[in-house]
Design a protein around this ligand. Structure first.
Ligand code: 13P
Ligand code: SF4
Length: 303
C-alpha cells in the first residue's frame, strides 16, 4: 500500500467512526473526490448539505461553500479541512460595496452569485449558482436586477433574458476570465472533432465559441451523455481529471493550462485526515448574520 492508499483507508475509517458526511466539489483533487460521500457542483452540494442528517459535515471546497452549508443547516457541525481556501471572485465584492450599488439603483432586486461571503449574501434578495442563474433571474417579479459579483455570468444570463435590465458589478473569476478567444480557437483547430464545453464564468468571446455552456455538473452530464468521443473542457482541471478517470472510452482536453484554481487544490488527504481525526476547521458565524444570509439562499433553493 502506498502513502495515499494508507491515508484514504484511515479517512474512510474516521468518517465511519465520526458519522461524518464528506462533501467535495468537482474542482477538488481526484483523491479527495474519491473520499467523499457526494461530489457535485455548488448547487448540488448546497442542497445535499441542507438535507444532511449527519451531525458532522466535512466540506472539501472553498470557504463560501462551507459557509453556505452552515447557513442552510445550522444545527450541524460544519468543518473544512482548509477553511483558509478562499475564492478570489467572492473577495471582489463586499457588503458595503453592494450597499452603495443598492443606493444607486433602489428599485432593483439583488441577485447574488453564491460565490460570495455571508455578509454579501445578507444584503441580497436572492442567491443563484451557475446552474440556476437564468431561472432565478427569470423568477423575479421585478425587471431591474443588480447582479453581483460575476460580470461574466451576469452577461450570460442577461443574454438569455433580454426583457430584464441588469446592473453588473466588476467581479470575475481569475481562473476562467484568463482564457482567451485565441486559445479556444487554437484548441478547436488542434482537436477538430472535439465539442467545446465551457463554464459561464468565461469571457463572452469564449462562451460564444462553445457547443455547450453550463455549470460543472452540467458539463460533466453533457460530456458523459454525448455520443461524441472528444471534448475540450473550458473549466477547472478537476473536471478533466474526473471525466478522464470515469470515461476511459472518451478523450478530454483542458482548454488551457491556466485552468487551475489554487484554492480548490489546497485540500490534501493529510488535511482531510486531520480534520476528521481532530475535528478542526469549524465554520461558524453570528446567528444574526446567518439568518440574514439564510433568506436569499433559501429563496434560491425554492426556485
Ligand atoms: P459550479 O457552480 O459549476 O459548481 O461552479 C463553482 C465555481 O466556483 C466555478 O468557478
Ligand atoms: Fe472562485 Fe474561480 Fe476558484 Fe471558482 S474557480 S472557486 S470562482 S476562484
Amino acid at each position: 500500500m502506498n502513502e495515499n492508499e494508507m491515508l484514504i483507508e484511515e479517512i474512510l475509517k474516521l468518517k465511519e467512526e465520526r458519522g461524518a458526511l464528506v462533501l467535495a466539489h468537482y474542482y477538488q483533487r481526484l483523491e479527495i473526490q474519491k473520499c467523499a460521500d457526494f461530489v457535485g457542483d455548488s448547487f448540488e452540494l448546497a442542497k445535499r448539505a441542507k438535507e444532511a442528517e449527519n451531525n458532522l459535515i466535512v466540506f472539501c471546497g472553498v470557504r463560501f461553500m462551507g459557509e453556505s452549508a452552515k447557513i442552510l443547516n445550522p444545527t450541524k457541525k460544519v468543518l473544512m479541512p482548509r477553511p483558509d481556501a478562499g475564492c478570489q471572485m467572492a473577495d471582489m465584492v463586499t457588503a458595503s460595496k453592494l450597499r452603495e450599488l443598492k443606493g444607486q439603483y433602489p428599485k432593483a432586486a439583488v441577485v447574488c452569485y453564491v460565490n460570495s461571503s455571508a455578509e454579501t449574501k445578507a444584503e441580497s434578495d436572492i442567491c443563484c449558482t451557475s446552474s440556476n442563474a437564468v431561472r432565478v433571474c427569470e423568477s423575479l417579479d421585478t425587471n431591474e436586477i443588480i447582479f453581483v459579483p460575476d460580470k461574466n455570468l451576469g452577461a450570460y444570463v442577461a443574454g438569455k433574458l433580454p426583457d430584464k435590465m441588469f446592473h453588473f458589478y466588476y467581479g470575475y473569476c481569475p481562473v476562467h476570465r484568463n482564457i482567451t478567444r485565441d486559445e479556444a480557437l487554437k484548441a478547436k483547430k488542434q482537436h477538430p472533432n472535439a465539442r467545446l464545453l465551457v463554464h459561464p464564468e468565461c469571457e463572452k468571446e469564449v462562451v460564444d465559441l462553445a457547443d455547450y455552456v453550463g455549470s460543472t455538473s452540467g458539463i460533466i452530464r453533457e460530456a458523459e451523455s454525448s455520443t461524441a468521443e472528444e471534448f475540450i473542457i473550458g473549466t477547472e482541471y478537476g473536471v478533466v481529471e474526473r471525466l478522464t478517470e470515469y470515461n476511459p472510452g472518451k478523450k478530454f482536453y483542458l482548454l488551457s493550462p491556466k485552468l487551475v484554481c489554487i484554492n480548490m487544490k489546497y485540500t490534501s488527504l493529510i488535511n482531510l485526515r486531520d480534520c476528521l481525526r481532530d475535528e478542526i476547521g469549524e465554520i461558524d458565524m453570528p446567528e444574526e448574520l446567518r439568518l440574514k444570509a439564510f433568506t436569499p439562499l433559501d429563496r434560491m433553493m425554492r426556485v
